[in-house]
Ligand binder design. Sequence first.
Ligand SMILES: [Fe+2]
Ligand SMILES: [Fe+2]
Length: 195
Amino acid sequence: MSSDEKTMNQRTPAIAASGETDSLTALMDHIVETHHAFCRRELPRLETLLKTAADVHGRRYPEIRRIHALFSRMSKDLAMHLLKEEETLFPYIAQVEDCVRRNIPASWPRFGTMESPVRLLVEDHDQTENELRAIRHLSNNFTPPSGTAEDVADFSELFEALSAFERNMQQHIHAENNLLFPRAVALEAEACARK
Ligand SMILES: [Fe+2]
Ligand SMILES: [Fe+2]
C-alpha cells in the first residue's frame, strides 16, 4: 500500500464509535453540520487561493495550474453531490428511520430502493478520492517548491489548507461509506420486511 493510500485509509475512532450507535438522523445531522458545512466554507476559499497561486506562480510551477483545474472541477462536482445527499437521500433515510421507530410502513421513494442512489454516491466518493490523490501527487505530498521565502510561505499556507481539506473529506467519506450507508440500507430492508 502506498503512503497516499495509507493516508486515504486513515479512520477517526471517535466518529466511528458514535456513528455505529447514534441514530441515523443524528449521524446525518453531524455529517451536514460538520463536513458539508466545512466543504461549503473551504471550497470557495481554496478555489480563490489556488487561482491566485496559479496566476502568480503558474509559469515557474506549472503543476499549480493543473491542481487548480482539478480542484475547480472537483469543487463543482462536490457542490452537486452535497445537494443530492441533502435533498434526496438523507430525507428518505430520516423518513425510513422514523417509520421503523413508530412501527408504521415506510412510503416507497421515487427512486425505488436506496441501493441505486447509494451506489451512485459511492462512485462520486471514489472519484473525489482519486482527485484528491492526484492533487497530493501533483503537489509532491504537499511539499512547497523551493523559491523565495515569500513563495514558500504562499505555498505552505495553501498546501496546509489542501491537506486539511483532504483529511476532512476522508472522514466525511468514511462516515458515509462505512457507517451511514450500510446502516441505512439494512434499515430499509428491515422496513420493507415489515410491510
Ligand atoms: Fe456528504
Ligand atoms: Fe457523500
